[in-house]
Write a protein that binds this ligand. Sequence first.
Ligand code: ATP
Ligand code: MG
Length: 535
Amino acid sequence: MCYAGGMRRTILVTIVGGKLDDYATEQERHEKWRPTRQLTERFRPAVIHLLSIPKFMGVCAKVIADLREVSPETEVVVHPLPPDADADIEDIFGALYEVACALPLDPETDDILVHITNGMYQQQISMFLLAEARVLPGRVVITHDPARAKRDPIRLLELDLARFDQLAARAERRQRDGVTFLKDGIATLNDDYNALIARIEHVVTVSRAPVVLWGPTGAGKSALAKRIYRLWKQRGDVTGEFVAVNCATLRGDGALSALFGHVAGAYTGAASSRDGFLRRANGGVLFLDEIGELGLDEQAMLLDAIEERAFRPYGADHLVESDFLLVCGTNRDLLAAVAAGRFREDLRKRIGLWTFRLPGLSERLEDLEPNLDFELRRCGEQLKRRVAFSREARARYLEFAHAAPWPGNFRDLAASVQRMATLCAGGRITEADVAEEIVMLRAEWGLDRVVAADGGATDTLRADVVLGARAGDFDLYDRLVLEAVLRVCEGTSSLSEAGRLLFGKSRTARAKPNDAQRLARLLAKYGLERRMMWR
Ligand SMILES: Nc1ncnc2c1ncn2[C@@H]1O[C@H](COP(=O)(O)OP(=O)(O)OP(=O)(O)O)[C@@H](O)[C@H]1O
Ligand SMILES: [Mg+2]
């Protein structure tokens, strides 16, 4: 077929197939669907390269005779393939590659069509790959039996970039939707947090491995776990339930039975059998919150259950199967829990491949406003009225919020907004409402004790920020000591450096100064770890 300009030739590259290209009777010759003939009629190629294994040379001769009939001007060139090119895909690909490299094809001057309907599927796949790799620099053409085809029986595969772009755009849109969903539609601004959620979306989309959500209280672990479940459910990855278990509430004998179930009469008081959380989560998601609090026996059984996808209920002699996706939440750093002997290293390794640390509110202050608006909308829906700040009130609240410690993170923020939204008159939060709320928050966080003892200073102690809700457990003396220590730590890059500075005098009197250890012990007194200070 000649295109406008009349110069370009059409060149067809095809494999001779023992089935479709062959015919037994004269009637079949004309009536049976034979793709090479069909293509030749349509395109009238200047040249046809017929690739054939020796076994099909007879078929080849028939095809050639046929093509003379429908397009006498077409030049037909036969390229023999080695006899073993109909076994292993590697052999076939290798043979076709050799032949393809040697074909006189020039996409500058010719329109090259690579036909992939004939031959064994190994040959078809190889032809496609060769076209994709531009070893055969043409367009892929697929033919169909015209008697059965719903559309044009000859289709040129348009594997051009635009199509790939469309697919990529669709995947990207799906990913964006997933990320927005995981963020509850909140347009968060903190780059690290946004990257974290995008990473989580990616991991939970492509993997079925357990996920650990680690972070301070109120950072949103439970809320996120639930949204991950909903995302999976929406996408059809799970069909079962979301079973949430707070491991901190599982204690003693009841813990094993709560998790793994028991049979009737397993122990005194077990009148009837019980399924247990793992069984209930079958086909769904098991959310083990506060997994760091799980007892060592339960940890061992859990590890087995995850590995085997089966476990033995308490008192049972049979195994019960359960297949679930596992999400864990933890306040504790599981590495530290392992070091302290409270958590099994093998279980941590098994569940901790994907450990994501959710930042607290004070680590992503850019998100105060988006989250504030989110909470306002949420309260509005609950209270069935629109709730908004006056301009001054909003400014006052934000000013306070940016400097506040937020030990309970988003839970504190949610509670704070809920109080203001409920107490304010007519759905309008005024400066007075904000002032009252600030008093409430300061009291809740124990900040006012410092203010009184300090003689009216309004600065928040760094120590109180770091200690969070536990600040109230310490004497002012201890908090002021910690304040001084933190001030030194902040200017240093390591535990040892800070230790040297802090113990500069007494270390000279020691045979072996170990400042790092001394400082680590001091911090441990406050429940603080080195990693919280230096990364
Ligand atoms: N990303 C978020 N943006 C806004 N609010 C959030 C977000 N995540 C959680 N919240 C809200 O903060 C509160 C606490 O969240 P959640 O219970 O998920 O925290 P958590 O990390 O599980 O805390 P804990 O360790 O105490 O169980 C909830 O009221 C929740 O609606
Ligand atoms: Mg929680």
